[in-house]
Design a protein. Structure first.
Length: 159
């Protein structure tokens, strides 16, 4: 199972590169042509979310992206921000659970403390949940941050 890894500084300009690399790897892995636009949008949204979280938390850590083509084409986007937002959805589920809350911010937080990046990061989860059939967002087992894991079926086995 070949894996392509990409790490980039949390700048919006690098999201386009991640999308382009992701679509190229997905195409090579054997993702159906009609799913490539979904892959492009999902990778862009997950990476934009990670960049927004890093910026809203003042982090310079790299955003990590890993793409692998085992039984399915899988993309993992890892951020290092403490945000606590979670999503779970699999192709077998008709329901998606999206928790957009941030335990670090009380419900009475004044609106001026909700930076544009933080709002964008939370909206990104809702967009991903509507876009990707196999989606999981979970806290990292080691360290601070979250992992967005998405996968798509392969049309054929890769060479």
């Amino acid at each position: 199972m070949p894996t392509v890894r990409l790490s980039f500084s949390p700048a919006a300009a690098h999201v386009r590169t991640a999308r382009l690399v992701g679509v190229a790897v997905a195409r090579r892995a054997g993702v159906a042509e009609e799913l490539l636009e979904e892959v492009r949008l999902a990778i862009g949204e997950a990476c934009s979310r990670a960049v927004a979280l890093h910026r809203s938390h003042g982090l310079d850590d790299l955003v990590d992206v890993a793409m692998a083509d085992g039984d399915r084409f899988t993309v993992r986007v890892v951020d290092r921000a403490a945000n606590g937002a979670m999503v779970t959805r699999s192709p077998e589920d008709d329901e998606t659970v999206v928790l957009l809350s941030d335990p670090a911010l009380p419900l009475t937080t004044p609106p001026d403390l909700l930076a544009e990046e933080a709002v964008a990061a939370r909206m990104g989860l809702a967009l991903l949940a509507g876009l990707v059939d196999d989606l999981s967002v979970s806290e990292l087992s080691e360290g601070v941050g979250t992992e967005v894991r998405m996968s798509w079926p392969l049309e054929r086995s890769s060479d």
